[in-house]
Design a protein around this ligand. Sequence first.
Ligand code: SF4
Length: 110
Amino acid sequence: MKVGIIRCMQTEDYCPGTTDFMAIRNKTGAFEQVKEEIELIGFINCGGCPGKKVPLRVRELIKRGADTIAFASCIQKGTPIGYPCPFAKRIKELAEKNAGASVQILEYTH
Ligand code: SF4
């Protein structure tokens, strides 16, 4: 699996993504069922509210080899500050539309 992670720009100050990297390394959370080796292609923020740069982020990660786009848990679950993204549903729709059917979308990381 070649994964590109998109995270919440508003949460960056609170979180350097340590648990995301741990989930990939230890194959936990959204990566629990993955048998193959996991390569991290990129780790980038959404571009800020309201997430209009997500399609661009998705396309760039795929261009660089990602076959899977994962949203860091800060977006859907609101970790670690308990504040999920109010635009999460729309962001996911945009990502799916831009990624195409051959690219897997993971809604969270851990
Ligand atoms: S659009 Fe959502 S994910 Fe992006 S910075 Fe705003 S709250 Fe965070």
